[in-house]
Design a protein around this ligand. Structure first.
Ligand code: 4AD
Ligand code: MG
Length: 442
C-alpha cells in the first residue's frame, strides 16, 4: 500500500499495526545514538508524519526525499495520533548540506522576496503549500458554484486580435518583426479579458463563465498587480446590472463561506495574527453597500479629498471608503462614460454607464463588471467616440444584429480573491510563478 500523508492521517488510528510505504521529504530531524526521529511532509496536507528509525542515521539531511516502509503505531507524543516505525528506508537523492543552506528550504524565517526568487522551491515551504492548496480549493468552489447554478464553462481564446478593455496594455504575440511574414498576418495579442467572446457564448448558451489567464502590460508595480493573472468571468443573457450585483455578491459569499470549512487547517496555519477568520466572517455578515459613483464623489469631497466628478477612484480612495467610511465591501455603480470601456451600457442620463466595481478591504477592486450595450447603434457610436478600430470589432457588433438582448457579466480577479482570503501583503505570493514589470520569476 502507498498513500499520501493526508490519506494516512485522515484514517487516524485505524491504520495502527498496519504496514505502509510512505514517501515525502524531511522537514525536521533529531537524532541520538539509538534512534533517529524524522518529520516528513509530502505537500498533500500541512500536517506531517513522524518516522522513528531505531538507529543513528547520518545520511538523512533536511530536505531529502525518502521512501519508508514501516509499521504504523500509536504515537508516544501529543503532536500527532500515529507515527511510523521504519523498517526499510530509501533515499532518493543526496545533496550537500552546504548547498541546502543557501536555499529557502533551510528552516528559518526568510523574506517573501527571497522566497519568490526561488519560486521553483517555494512549493515545499509551509506557507506557500498552504496557499496553493487554498488556491486549488477556491478554483474548485468556483466551478462548483457555477455548475450547480446551471452555468456552462467556456474556454475563451488566449490569443486575440482585439483589445477588449480598450486600455492598450496589450502584449503582442508575434513570430516575426515583419507583419507580412508573421504567423497570423495581422496584429495578435494576449487577451486582457475573455469578455467579448464570453458575450457571444452567453447569447447562445444563456449562462456561461470563463476562468483563465489574462495578461496586462500595466506599468503599475503595486502589491495588487500582476502581468499575468487569472480571471473568472461569468456572462449571462437576459440579465441587468442589479441581477449582476446579486450574482457577484452571492458568488463571493459562497466561496468564502465554504473555504473556511474546506481549507480550515491551511487557513489556521497561515493565520498567525488571528486576522484571517475574523476578516472572512466579517464579509459574510455584511451586505455589500451599493453606492452610485456620483454619491461616492460627494462623500470623498466632503471628507477632504481633492476630487471632481469624472475622475477615477484610486486605491487611496477605495481604502478610505471601505475601511473607514462604510466599514464594509462596497459596490460602486454608474460610472462616467469616459473612464470606462466602450462596451458598457449607456444610461438614460447620457453621462454614465451601467458599470459596477466591487471594492474590498485589503485588495481594493476585486470585481469589475457591467451591463453590456446591446443596442447596435449606440454600441457603434461608442466605438466611434473612443476612436477604436471598427474592423477588429465588426464580429462583436454582429452579435447585436441578429436580434439582441440585455446581458451582463463581470470579471473577478482570482488572484486578488486569494490575496484577500489569505491576507497576504503581496499578490506575487499567491500565484505559483509571478510575472510582473521587469521581472519573470523563473
Ligand atoms: O475591471 P477589469 O479590467 O474588468 C474586465 O476586464 C472586464 N472585461 C471583466 C468582465 O466584465 N467580464 O478586471 C477585472 C478584475 C479587477 O476587478 C481585478 O480584480 C482584476 O480583474 N485585475 C487584476 N488582478 C491582478 N493583476 C492585474 N493587473 C489586474 N487587473 C485587473
Ligand atoms: Mg476594473
Amino acid at each position: 500500500m502507498c498513500n499520501t500523508i493526508k490519506e494516512i492521517l485522515n484514517q487516524k488510528t485505524r491504520l495502527i499495526n498496519k504496514h505502509l510505504v510512505v514517501k515525502g521529504w524531511v522537514k525536521h530531524k533529531r537524532t541520538n545514538k539509538l534512534q533517529t526521529f524524522v518529520i516528513i511532509n509530502d505537500g498533500s496536507t500541512i500536517n506531517n508524519l513522524q518516522i522513528i528509525i531505531d538507529k543513528e542515521y547520518k545520511d538523512i539531511n533536511l530536505g531529502i526525499y525518502l521512501k519508508i516502509k514501516g509499521l504504523i503505531v500509536l504515537s508516544q507524543g501529543k503532536q500527532q495520533p500515529i507515527e511510523l516505525l521504519a523498517q526499510k528506508i530509501k533515499i532518493y537523492g543526496l545533496f550537500k548540506s552546504k548547498d541546502f543552506q543557501q536555499t529557502i528550504l533551510q528552516p528559518k524565517q526568510h523574506s517573501y522576496n527571497k522566497l519568490r526568487e526561488q519560486s521553483y522551491l517555494r512549493f515545499r515551504t509551509n506557507f506557500f503549500s498552504s496557499i496553493m492548496r487554498i488556491r486549488h480549493n477556491v478554483s474548485y468552489l468556483i466551478h462548483q458554484y457555477f455548475h450547480t447554478n446551471g452555468f456552462y464553462y467556456i474556454h475563451t481564446p488566449i490569443i486575440t486580435n482585439s483589445d477588449a478593455e480598450g486600455s492598450s496594455n496589450l502584449f503582442k504575440v508575434t513570430t516575426f518583426n515583419d507583419l507580412n511574414d508573421d504567423f497570423f498576418g495581422e496584429n495578435a495579442y494576449l487577451t486582457v479579458s475573455g469578455q467579448m467572446h464570453a458575450e457571444a457564448a452567453a447569447l447562445g448558451l444563456r449562462k456561461i463563465y470563463t476562468f483563465g489567464p489574462t495578461f496586462r502590460a500595466e506599468k503599475s508595480n503595486t502589491p495588487r498587480h500582476l502581468a499575468e493573472f487569472w480571471m473568472v468571468e461569468p456572462e449571462i443573457a437576459f440579465f441587468n446590472l442589479t441581477n449582476n450585483m446579486f450574482l457577484a455578491e452571492d458568488l463571493i459569499k459562497y466561496i468564502i463561506k465554504n473555504i473556511i470549512i474546506l481549507s480550515q487547517s491551511d487557513l489556521e496555519s497561515l493565520d498567525k495574527q488571528n486576522l484571517i477568520f475574523h476578516n472572512l466572517k466579517q464579509i459574510l455578515n455584511k451586505e455589500f453597500k451599493r453606492i452610485p459613483y456620483s454619491k461616492v464623489i460627494q462623500i470623498l469631497i466632503k471628507n477632504g479629498y481633492d476630487m471632481k466628478w469624472g475622475q477615477d477612484i484610486n486605491y487611496e480612495h477605495e481604502k478610505f471608503l471601505v475601511d473607514i467610511y462604510f466599514k464594509s465591501p462596497i459596490i460602486i455603480f454608474n460610472y462616467p462614460i469616459d473612464i470606462k470601456p466602450f462596451y458598457m451600457r449607456k444610461n438614460k442620463d447620457q453621462q454614465t454607464v451601467a458599470a459596477m466595481d466591487i471594492i474590498f478591504p485589503h485588495v481594493g477592486e476585486i470585481i469589475g463588471g457591467s451591463q453590456r450595450e446591446e443596442r447596435y447603434k449606440i454600441l457603434l457610436s461608442q466605438i466611434k467616440y473612443f476612436k477604436l478600430n471598427r474592423t477588429r470589432l465588426e464580429w462583436y457588433l454582429k452579435t447585436r444584429i441578429f436580434s439582441t438582448v440585455p446581458h451582463s457579466g463581470f470579471g473577478l480577479g482570482f488572484d486578488r480573491l486569494i490575496q484577500f482570503i489569505t491576507h497576504m501583503k503581496n499578490i506575487k505570493d499567491v500565484i505559483p510563478f509571478p510575472r510582473s514589470i521587469k521581472k519573470i520569476y523563473t
